[in-house]
Design a protein around this ligand. Sequence first.
Ligand SMILES: Nc1ncnc2c1ncn2[C@@H]1O[C@H](COP(=O)(O)OP(=O)(O)OP(=O)(O)O)[C@@H](O)[C@H]1O
Length: 275
Amino acid sequence: MTSSPATEDPITPPPEQRRALVVMKDVSKVFSSGTVALTDMSLTVNGGEFVSLLGPSGCGKSTALRIIAGLGDTTTGTIDWPSSRINSKGLPDGDISFVFQEPTLMPWATVFGNVYLPLKLRGISKSAARADILAALDRVGLKDFADAYPRELSGGMKMRVSIARALVTKPKLLLMDEPFAALDEITRQKLNDDVLKLWKETGITVIFVTHSVFESAYLSSRIVVMKARPGRVHADFPLQTSLDRDGFYRTSEEYRQACETVSKTLIEAIGGEHH
Ligand SMILES: Nc1ncnc2c1ncn2[C@@H]1O[C@H](COP(=O)(O)OP(=O)(O)OP(=O)(O)O)[C@@H](O)[C@H]1O
């Protein structure tokens, strides 16, 4: 039997997970409009980390995430994948999934059909994909909704389908761009808990873009605070806790302190723009 990547202490993953997964080196991005979205951004994300990119609007969070996903080129600088097999597009074969703020489901297809899409695009038959689709739906608590259509689902459920669709290919790295920003607070907290559970159970690496101090402090093993004009890294620090991150943690002194630390760093980053 192969050993599970899951660990009781998600903050300290087993040694094989601590290897560098993606290395951004001196990445700059200048759009044709002349906007310098990123300048000299270097970031190494290791296997098993939950890294939040936090910062004010326009600091280049989404641009950085899209570049990592291969959805945009760098102007200068490099992205390397030391632990992955690289395909002809310079991307790690099948190792990345992306979850956007909008769930972007196909309205004419069932939940099952939507989650099947990435496997269908790989030429896998529905019957061969079935077990993986149901396992991905089970992970997000939607196994009983396989035959439902998106219009029958709440916003939170649609987002879960989007997450299941991202997981069905069993990626090493999950990139999430403000996935819960459009959801109400209770749904958002519930999905935060679900993503944490998923992270602990699967050992997946997550890079998560958010505007929210509270969300980043709750979820992350490491926070990268960015600043704008031009977009760059302002601070990069681990966020450890001896507590399980759950409802109790939300009301704990440790969480309050984590929020304060993150908030102060963000204010510094925003204030720094004006000097
Ligand atoms: N395709 C594009 N063409 C031109 N400029 C762009 C493009 N995409 C982003 N930008 C600009 O690059 C800068 C960084 O944008 P980006 O969306 O990465 O920031 P962000 O931190 O994710 O912002 P937000 O939190 O508001 O989504 C902004 O000034 C934005 O207007």
